[in-house]
Design a protein around this ligand. Structure first.
Ligand code: GLV
Ligand code: MN
Ligand code: MN
Length: 411
């Protein structure tokens, strides 16, 4: 059984999906539960229906599109990804796994394949942390890694997750989101690499072996505000300058491991009151730290905490650290890696094992199902930018390998 991806159709669908954006093209911004996210979901659900998939949504908006198998009682084989996009992003992150997953299913349907297990496409809610401060919201809840009480504790602009999701039409109790153990016999996610290795080495497919351990924290610095002209320099306790030193310490802490796998980023800096003629009284930093090695990642977090203490004492400011998440890495299942590798070989595609430095919903799906990931090259390794690009050919390779893998796991 050999299926072929319809590249033209998939490319047109990726373009159509990219048009649901809060920023002008080529940038894509699609924040979870915003108007564009809702329109993108509606578009995707139409496509799922056109492929005769049976669609269900849960209380947090995870959307499941099922192709029933010959033996529907068996645990299904699942694939999928996300369609939310961080501010000023591109069109391929997540969407290649959703639309590519759909095209893999359609390709198998066209080839006359009749799966024994059902094959389920999952559109995860809020893989990006933009709105609620924590990534992989939907898959955390699905896997039981996040308590349903998050509906009240997580918030966005003063509204709880529960209020926001209900306003977007997702009702019901978050207690019902977690999947029962064994719900899926396998989960496979197709994604762009978001790094340069595949393109540089002219390799078609990355077979992911493990996903790096992500952590994030919020750092609130409280200093003393005042008039920018009147407060004398020796008297200042400038919250932004203290935060700036902390941001530099974040960088230094990651660099100090001497290992390329350690990365740390201060991606958010909010200065209050944010007036040119006012000494900043409060600054918030959001910091992201990752490593494939959990102990080394945690050592960096500890170094950042020490730096905060040092800056606090020297500058006479208050510093509060609020951990957001600190997740262990995930290992991909050998059986799924093997199925992906076999698919690459039967199609004559070059492949290599690789680590995912970005996190994905697979990080959490790996807790409840044997999981694997298929990476395809993206131009210059660029991602989370408007110029993110994956060629139709690369996407077709990924989609076809995904189709073969799903077929092998569902037959
Ligand atoms: C996912 O988007 C990540 O930040 O790794
Ligand atoms: Mn992303
Ligand atoms: Mn992604």
């Amino acid at each position: 059984m050999s299926s072929t991806s319809d590249s033209h159709r998939l490319d047109a669908e990726l373009a159509a999906l990219a048009s649901f954006s809060e920023s002008p093209p080529p940038a894509v911004t699609r924040i979870v539960f915003g108007d564009m996210d809702r329109r993108a979901r509606a578009y995707l659900k139409t496509l799922f229906g056109d492929a005769s998939l049976v669609v269900r949504e849960d209380a947090v908006g995870n959307t499941f599109a099922r192709w029933p198998g010959r033996n529907p009682e068996l645990p299904a084989v699942a694939t999928g990804s996300h369609c939310d996009a961080i501010p000023n992003a591109g069109r391929y992150d997540g969407t290649v796994g959703v639309l590519g997953g759909l095209e893999a299913i359609r390709a198998l349907q066209r080839a006359g394949f009749e799966p024994r297990r059902s094959i389920e496409l999952v559109l995860f809610t809020s893989e990006e942390p933009t709105r609620f401060g924590i990534g992989c919201l939907g898959s955390r809840l699905l896997s039981g890694a996040l308590e349903p009480s998050a509906g009240e504790t997580l918030s966005s602009d003063g509204q709880s997750l529960n209020q926001v999701r209900r306003a977007a039409g997702f009702n019901g109790a978050l207690e019902h989101v977690a999947l029962s153990p064994g719900a899926y016999s396998a989960f496979v996610e197709l994604h762009i690499e978001q790094g340069p290795l595949l393109e540089r080495e002219r390799i078609d497919i990355g077979v992911v072996t493990a996903i790096a351990a992500p952590a994030s924290l919020r750092i609130i610095v409280e200093g003393q505000g005042g008039h920018a002209g009147a407060v004398l320099m020796p008297d200042r306790h400038d919250a932004f300058l203290a935060a700036a030193e902390i941001a530099l310490a974040v960088e230094a802490s990651a660099r100090s491991t001497g290992v390329v796998d350690t990365v740390a980023t201060t991606g958010v800096c909010e200065v209050f009151p944010g007036a040119i003629n006012s000494v900043p009284s409060r600054t918030r930093l959001d910091v992201d730290v990752r490593d494939i090695d959990l102990l080394r990642r945690d050592a960096v977090l500890a170094a950042i905490e020490r730096a905060c203490g040092e800056v606090k004492a020297r500058r006479g400011v208050a510093v509060r650290l609020e951990p957001i998440n600190a997740d262990p890495p995930a290992q991909c299942a050998p059986a799924i890696r093997e199925a992906i590798t076999t698919a690459c070989e039967s199609r004559g595609l070059r492949h290599r094992p690789m680590i995912s430095r970005a996190y994905h919903d697979s990080l959490f799906m790996a807790r409840i199902a044997p999981t694997g990931m298929i990476f395809i090259p993206c131009r210059d390794g660029v991602s989370h930018r408007p110029d993110e690009y994956a060629s139709p050919e690369a996407i077709a390779h990924g989609t076809e390998v995904l189709a073969d893998t799903l077929a092998a796991l569902a037959k």
